[in-house]
Design a protein around this ligand. Structure first.
Ligand code: UN1
Length: 510
């Protein structure tokens, strides 16, 4: 695999870096990484120790003192150069994402493109860290608010977007003046190591101090737990399951830290009688089987009006029959493997559960074996007729299972079903009816962080704020004003007069 060499991935790799230097711990056990696509061993990673964590935090704290005093647009310039480097390495990095994680090459490249895009976005943002100015109620006073960096920002990423989630957080956070500590998923550490190699030269050439972009790969129980409880890490951004996020958020709240939480989704699409099915069907199929159903934004529930239910079902059956499942690096294939065999088990168990609860699997659900499927991680995406209240439908199963749910009556009934889950990430409606579309987007419509019309639930652009409500955690990353989450706000009042008037008209003569 040439791309491994291009990305400086060796047979054995160190698991911790301060951006410029690797920490050379080798006695904490190795993570052996194999490809879910082929089952082949790729490389291994020495896990970092608790001492490594301490050393990195110290370096990061020192680096913060320097980094925060560099003008934001100059920090932006470094991020611009990182974006250029990512352009240079897009092909090999995209291929490694595909090989290590199992998503299609197209999606691997798309993920690197999102990294490049957020670099560009952050460069612009570095000149736009705006606060408001207000008129004071007191004479000869000026008021304004400004945003300051926080310090060391922890970034905990999930396996499904092994590199993009880091970039959404790290690039914005860096232009805001923070230093970052990235803890990637132990399922996909090689892509993280590759990113660290890619940015290393930029950091060197620009004399960026050690400790601005840090990486640590180690056991959750040792490293992750430490970070959660560490007062020296004022903000942690976490992408992961609701269960992980719930526990982490409690630990962080206990020490009054901040958290940006991007947790589970149970995303629905409503198809009304006025939907253009030519648009809807491909969007639903991509949303449900893209990344083998392992995006937070994957379409999991399809809420279909009874008058078009059979047509939608037949079109989906046709589309699912033509899906090509196999090696994600082969661009002919639509669906790659799941991340590991444990994920395959969860897929099978969920299908078992939905049948016990009254659902009917009408397509797929098999675990594939034979030539090309030796890794044991390939499944056939499933279509299941179900009802929204089934316990398993209420859960996020991180696999390609699409539940078909029938509704009758008007769009309000569909919205009621749609909102009747604990998660609140992404949502969509397919309709050409203005009333239905606007109702879906209204304050009594979708309760999700993302709500789309005639576009699927996944594939959100980096320009918008990304995140969701309810048990999705409430955090926002990427575009719009999500940058504010990486900063602390300060309100400033300045008097330029000679009198001493108090606010609220209070008199205090001495
Ligand atoms: C995720 O699945 O963790 O909207 C994020 C999308 C991507 C982000 C997904 N831009 O599909």
């Amino acid at each position: 695999m040439d791309f491994l060499k291009t990305l400086s991935i060796k047979e054995k790799n160190f698991g911790a870096s301060t951006g410029l230097k690797w920490l050379e711990t080798t006695d904490q056990g190795e993570l052996k990484i194999s490809s879910p696509a082929t089952g082949e061993a790729i490389a291994s990673v020495y896990q970092a120790s608790e001492q490594d964590y301490e050393a990195i935090i110290e370096k990061a704290q020192e680096a913060f003192k320097v980094w925060r005093r560099i003008p934001a647009p100059k920090r932006g310039e470094i991020v611009r150069q990182i974006g250029d480097k990512l352009r240079e390495f897009k092909a090999p990095l995209g291929a490694l994402v595909s090989y290590e994680m199992g998503k299609s090459l197209q999606e691997g490249l798309g993920e690197v493109q999102e990294m490049i895009d957020i670099c560009d976005f952050s460069v612009g943002q570095s000149r736009q860290l705006y606060g408001f100015t207000m008129h004071s109620e007191r004479v000869n006073h000026r008021m304004y608010d400004q945003y300051h960096p926080l310090g060391v920002v922890g970034i905990v990423t999930a396996f499904n977007f092994p590199v993009a989630v880091w970039a959404w957080n790290a690039m914005l956070s860096a232009v805001c003046g923070n230093v970052n500590l990235w803890k990637p998923s132990s399922k996909v550490p090689l892509t993280a190591i590759a990113c660290q190699h890619i940015i290393q030269d930029v950091l060197k050439e620009n004399n960026v101090p050690e400790g601005v972009f840090n990486l640590i790969i180690g056991r959750g129980a040792a490293i992750g737990e430490r970070m959660l409880h560490d007062k020296r890490v004022p903000l942690i951004s976490i992408t992961g399951s609701t269960a992980v996020g719930r526990r982490a958020a409690q630990a962080i709240a206990k020490r009054f830290g901040k958290a940006i939480l991007e947790l589970g989704g149970n995303n629905g699409i409503i198809i009304t009688p006025d939907a253009d099915l030519q648009l809807a069907i491909p969007a639903v199929v991509f949303g449900a089987v893209g990344t083998a159903g392992q995006r937070c934004t994957t379409t999991r529930r399809l809420i279909i009006h009874e008058s078009v239910y059979d047509r939608v079902k037949d079109s989906l059956l046709n589309a699912y029959r033509s899906l090509r499942i196999g090696d994600p690096l082969d661009e002919q294939n639509h669906v790659g493997p799941l991340i590991d065999r444990q994920a395959v088990e969860m897929f099978t168990e969920a299908l078992q559960a939905v049948q016990e609860q009254g659902g009917k699997v009408i397509f797929g659900g098999e675990v594939l074996s034979g030539a090309g499927y030796e890794s044991g991680c390939y499944v056939r995406p499933a279509l299941v007729e179900a009802e929204n209240h089934y316990p398993i439908v209420q859960e996020e199963t991180f696999a390609p299972i699409l539940y078909l749910i029938k509704y009758s009556g008007d769009v309000n009934n569909a919205i009621e079903i749609h909102n009747d889950v604990v998660q609140g990430l992404s949502s969509a409606i397919f309709t050409n009816n203005l009333r239905e579309a606007e109702t879906f987007l209204s304050h009594w419509g979708s309760d999700c962080g993302i709500a789309n019309v005639n576009i699927g639930t996944s594939g959100a652009e980096i320009g918008g704020a990304f995140g969701g409500e309810k048990e999705t955690g409430g955090g926002r990353e990427s575009g719009s004003d999500a940058w504010k989450g990486y900063m602390r706000r300060q309100t400033n009042t300045i008097k330029y007069g000679a009198e001493m008037p108090l606010a609220q008209g209070v008199k205090f003569d001495i």
